[in-house]
Design a protein around this ligand. Structure first.
Ligand code: ATP
Length: 479
């Protein structure tokens, strides 16, 4: 477990505009979180780094961005309608609900009473929704010209019957529920299905050679029984997934390849090697589609928990699509060898869990210098440089600082202008949001031998160096 306390990260995230509880002003909505300006940049940087390493820097990867709402057949064919469940138990004393596999069911974690849980029931975690204007059970909409008074309907022959009976009498409910069923959709619980359903489209338009991968980033939704631990277990979150299509014979080497790739990504996120643990998931705990799964666990403040996964999903999904849609998912190699339905290796990660791992790794109470620092890797830092004029009331100095700020911003983008408070306080504020460098423009910048030089202060070492303004971009873009 990490030495960092969860409450310190949650408090910094809120205080400094990274992450806020969702719908906070109305009392919140459990399992939802809003990203503020800095959190959004951090999250985007984490996602862009993933995209760069796994898509842009490779020549065997293509991206898609599929719709979140999909035909319900997708989720029937994939097995999610039947098996995407968690075991739910409810305490008969305090009525709190829990995931049976995450607690000791002999004693309620909330009220402490013993033996208050019955047998778990399987709870499907997909959010069901309706597509189209069909979700109001309103007789007036269903039967034209019907009059309802005091809960009764008057028929043409003058007979009055309670509205309740009319359903049975005219089989309206039957027809209505058929319509409802046809309109059912789900907020996707994983992005992977949007990749599988586009396999044929991508193959037919890009003719990639196997092995190749399709990557997707986007929202996923799970109606978690007990969302908890900050963003770790959310009901709405973002996933980054790859389906890497291979010939069955090569699955073992491909699996090893993606294991290595995961470790490279974790290193780029600044996660210490010793905080990552591989867990070989036993068959009874694997998802219904997986022949092998390795979870990558991280030492979070809440303990060692899953950050990312790697699964050998065989050709379970493409075969299911063939079965339900009747369309061929076969791949025909260009060399004329036998056609086959590709198997897949699936690296998957939740962005929220990456954000939490990055914050945990970067959080540092620097006792010696009495400051809190987010030691974010340069690529992930929401703001790369802060520019501060030493004195706010000297127009010449402010103008010079403003010039430097403008040219740095043009080149590097994420640059902050900061001219309030004293310089020491500013440095501390910038440390807390992980700004790697502060550039201070002082009187020496304006004249003498030191003209056009500034002080560059390093976040991690607090060391200050004098640098020529013209060298700044090369120095700070670091590359
Ligand atoms: P867990 O066992 O923690 O519920 P899982 O094994 O069901 O997770 P997967 O189905 O493998 O998770 O999902 C892929 C990735 O999506 C996970 O590795 C994790 O990073 C992320 N993830 C899953 N559920 C959530 C959630 N509720 N909130 C945030 N991220 C999640």
């Amino acid at each position: 477990m990490s030495d960092v306390k969860l409450e310190d990260i949650v408090s910094l995230a809120k205080r400094r505009g990274f992450i806020f509880p969702g719908s906070d002003v109305y009392g919140g909505l459990s399992g939802t979180w809003d990203y503020g300006p800095l959190g959004l940049s951090l999250k985007k940087n984490i996602m862009n780094l993933w995209w760069k390493m796994f898509v842009d820097d490779r020549d065997d990867m293509l991206g898609v961005d599929a719709a979140i709402l999909m035909n319900q057949k997708v989720w029937q064919a994939s097995g999610h309608v039947d098996t995407f469940t968690d075991p739910l138990v409810e305490c008969s004393n305090c009525h709190n609900r829990f995931r049976a596999d995450k607690i000791d069911t002999s004693k309620c974690p909330t009220c402490g009473k013993e033996n208050t849980f019955g047998e778990p029931r399987q709870f499907n975690m997909m959010f069901e929704t309706k597509v189209g204007p069909t979700n109001k059970l309103d007789l007036k909409e269903i039967i034209d010209g019907i009059e309802i008074k005091d809960g009764k309907v008057t028929l043409e022959n003058g007979e009055e019957i309670p509205t309740k009976q009319i359903w049975e009498r005219f089989h309206v409910i039957e027809q209505y529920s058929k319509e409802q069923e046809a309109a059912t959709s789900y907020l996707r619980p994983e992005t992977a299905q949007g990749i599988f359903t586009n396999f044929r489209n991508v193959v037919d338009t890009f003719y990639p050679d196997v092995p190749f991968g399709i990557a997707q980033q986007g929202k996923a939704f799970r109606n978690e029984i007990s969302p908890r631990d900050f963003v770790f277990r959310s009901r709405e979150f973002e996933q980054m997934e790859i389906e890497y299509f291979i010939h069955e014979d090569t699955w073992k080497e491909s699996f090893e390849h993606w294991k290595e790739q995961w470790h490279k990504y974790f290193e780029a996120l600044g996660l210490p090697k010793e905080s990552i643990h591989e867990l070989e998931v036993p068959p009874e705990d694997r998802a219904h589609y997986s022949m092998r799964t390795v979870d990558f666990e991280f030492d979070y403040p809440i303990g060692k928990e899953e950050l990312a996964g790697l699964a050998y999903r065989t050709n379970f999904d493409l075969k299911n699509i063939e079965r339900v849609s009747g369309k061929s998912m076969e791949y025909r190699p260009k060399d004329g060898s036998a056609a086959f339905v590709p198997h897949v290796i699936e690296p998957t990660i939740g962005v929220e869990r990456a954000v939490m791992a990055v914050l945990t790794s970067a959080y540092w109470e620097d006792k010696e210098n009495d400051r809190t620092v987010l030691k974010l890797p340069y690529d992930l830092a929401p703001i790369k440089i802060a520019v501060c004029p030493l004195a706010k009331n000297n127009p010449e100095l402010v103008a010079k600082a403003r010039d430097i700020y403008t040219s740095l911003k043009k080149e590097l983008g994420a640059v902050l202008w900061i001219d309030s408070g004293n310089i020491g306080k500013n440095y501390r504020k910038m440390d807390e949001i992980g700004v790697p460098y502060c550039v201070t423009v002082d009187f020496e910048t304006l004249e003498g031998d030191t003209k056009d030089t500034v002080t560059v202060r390093n976040r991690d070492t607090t060391k200050q160096e004098r640098s020529k303004v013209i060298n700044l971009i090369a120095l700070l873009s670091r590359a």
